[in-house]
Design a protein around this ligand. Structure first.
Ligand code: SF4
Length: 424
């Protein structure tokens, strides 16, 4: 069998010094992840133990997307609940009982912690254990924190998936797990190609239901589909699973190298690899070429937001002909984004964390053609004449894989087009 060539993890921006900033930051909290996780895990319920602010965030973030009875809610801690922790635990138990009686479809319940100091004092892991014992085996109760103090918006998913790892059952079977919530259409496309490689037993984490949750063991290899899952990756590696290191599947290059790394791990021949990937690769290249006309030669500046920044910058630079001025990410885990960094030619500033005023100054001075940032920064920057792209849209839109590569380029081209139209 031919060994397929794979991406180096040296060169490019690998050794670019990191500008580390630890000041005020402008990002959503980890509760945001519930918006896409509740759609993915169809028998799960996310019960946020929080304040009215948390309830408002969830409602406004999810409001436009909910067509059925939601599978998340907020147990609001009122002042009176705070008189004693024992009362708070009893109140939580009552809330859970009411919920589970009303909703027999719930098989997994996540207690999600938030910011108020009273919530932080509540031992949610103890509550989850107590409630698991009470409702087992019908319902599995887990807990994680989505607090804005501890998490940025995509870290909520990481904390959620990491909380599941200790309860995954054992298997000796050789298998592959795709880790990270992907839109169904993308997941189906990727699994179809991996199946065509001849890889048996392809599972996903999160799975659609408790019943389909993957088993794990030392013969399990996993690959991250999202770059913000560092804690989950560490937990899985801690259980003896092998992580397949690869660039992330954005655009032709990222998708090909991601698939190639998996193919290498499972001994897929070069011939099979080419047969499965050549047609969709050509489609992806053509679609990107058409959509990237407006992007060629333009510059881009990334504020830290979702941790997708480095793989996306790689796509924009290598496939759309853009120039990255600064690539800011909330965290830079080289052990995860190393392969993407290695593929970005030297040049951009690489920053980790944020001191928003300093970064705004750098951005204004650089006058990028596109600034990728959170909602809070986008409006003022547009007001100053800069063209912005909302980072959150990149998390909510299907952008992974070959078939979405053109759409991904279009997402960045759209604000430039809007600007041109406004100028006319
Ligand atoms: Fe706000 Fe914290 Fe609640 Fe998030 S978890 S909505 S940051 S109070």
């Amino acid at each position: 069998m031919n060994e397929l060539s794979s991406v180096p993890i040296s060169g490019g921006c690998t050794n670019t010094p990191l500008l580390k900033e630890r000041g005020q930051r402008e990002v959503f909290c980890g509760l945001t992840g519930i918006i896409w996780l509740h759609r993915k895990m169809q028998d799960a319920f996310f019960l946020v133990i929080g304040s009215r602010t948390c309830a408002h965030l969830l409602q406004s973030a999810a409001g436009v997307m909910i067509f059925a009875e939601p599978r998340f809610g907020t147990a609001i801690l009122e002042e009176k609940d705070l008189a004693g922790m024992a009362d708070a635990h009893e109140e939580l138990d009552r809330e859970v009982e009411r919920l589970l009686v009303r909703r027999p479809d719930i098989k997994q319940l996540f207690l999600v912690g938030s910011c108020p100091s009273e919530v932080i004092k509540l031992d949610l892991s103890r509550a989850a254990e107590r409630l698991t014992q009470l409702y087992a085996p019908r319902v599995r109760v887990l807990n994680y924190s989505g607090s804005g103090i501890e998490t940025t918006f995509t870290q909520g998913e990481d904390a959620c998936l990491a909380s599941m790892v200790p309860v995954l059952n054992d298997t000796e079977e050789r298998q592959l797990i795709l880790v990270g919530a992907l839109p169904d259409v993308v997941e189906e496309q990727l699994i179809k190609m991996l199946t065509a490689f001849g890889i048996p037993n392809i599972k996903t984490l999160p799975a659609i239901s408790k019943e389909k949750t993957p088993y794990i063991g030392k013969n399990t290899s996993f690959v991250l589909a999202q770059p913000f899952l560092g804690e989950t990756a560490e937990a899985l590696e801690g259980c003896g699973l092998k992580r397949i290191l690869a660039p992330f599947p954005f655009g032709d290059q990222g998708t090909t190298e991601w698939l190639r790394a998996i193919a290498n791990e499972f001994g897929v021949s070069n011939k099979v690899f080419e047969k499965v990937t050549s047609a969709p690769r050509i489609r992806a290249r053509k679609a990107v070429e058409a959509a990237a006309v407006r992007l060629r030669g333009k510059s881009v500046f990334f504020f830290p937001d979702s941790q997708l920044e480095i793989p996306l910058a790689r796509f924009l630079v290598n496939e759309c002909g853009m120039r990255a001025i600064e690539i800011g990410a909330p965290y830079v885990h080289k052990s995860i984004v190393g392969p993407d960094l290695a593929l970005i030619p030297e040049g951009p500033v690489l920053s980790e964390g944020q001191d928003v005023d300093l970064q705004l100054e750098r951005c204004r001075k650089a006058k990028p053609d596109i600034t990728v940032c959170g909602l809070g920064l986008a409006n003022p920057l547009e007001g100053e004449g800069l063209t912005t792209k909302w980072a959150i849209e990149l998390v909510f839109t299907p952008v992974h894989g070959y078939e979405q590569a053109g759409d991904l380029a279009s997402l960045f081209a759209r604000p430039l087009k809007r600007k041109e139209v406004l100028k006319l």
